[in-house]
Design a protein around this ligand. Structure first.
Ligand code: FES
Length: 161
């Protein structure tokens, strides 16, 4: 028996070796598909790609077949090596699974989408002047007669112009 943990749903099941990962999802009440994916899916034939999941340890699953490899090659993602079609993967070891990894993970990891920004007084301090940021750069700017002066707080100097 192998332990399969669905990270987002916080569900853990124990399945025998060789169990289809998509079937393990469905049997444990975890939906491997995005909202309409289940309706529009190929129902486990390996054609549609809607059942894609992220896994922490790809070695804990069976090797991807020809059809799945062709699909995974198209994914232009840093996470591609940890993505599998759940309908094509058999569980051969303990694994942690992330359902809907593309929509729920990758773009939300970007700083812009990472949640509300902290107020400015809680953010890390910015260098007060360009000289503190990088002395070489500041002197270059001074030599060129850079007119974009800033006050010590880093705001553009409105009196300079
Ligand atoms: S259900 Fe279509 S590829 Fe897995």
């Amino acid at each position: 028996m192998h332990r399969v943990h669905f990270r987002k749903e916080d569900v853990t099941v124990h399945v025998p070796s060789g169990t289809n990962l998509r079937q393990a999802c469905i049997d444990s009440g975890v939906d491997p598909y995005p909202a309409l994916g289940g309706v529009l899916s190929c129902r486990g034939k390996g054609f549609c790609g809607t059942c894609v999941v992220g896994v922490d340890d790809p070695a804990a699953l069976s090797s991807p077949g020809k059809r799945e490899s062709r699909y995974l090659k198209r994914l232009d993602s840093e996470l591609a090596s940890h993505l599998r079609l759940s309908c094509q993967a058999a569980v051969n070891g303990d694994v942690i699974v992330t359902t809907n990894p593309n929509k729920k993970e990758s773009w939300k990891q970007h700083g812009y989408y990472a949640g509300p920004r902290k107020p400015h007084w809680e953010r890390p301090a910015q260098p007060a002047s360009p000289a503190e940021a990088s002395p070489g750069e500041a002197s270059d700017a001074a030599k060129k007669g850079d007119e974009t002066a800033t006050d010590p707080a880093g705001n553009p100097d409105v009196t300079a112009s």
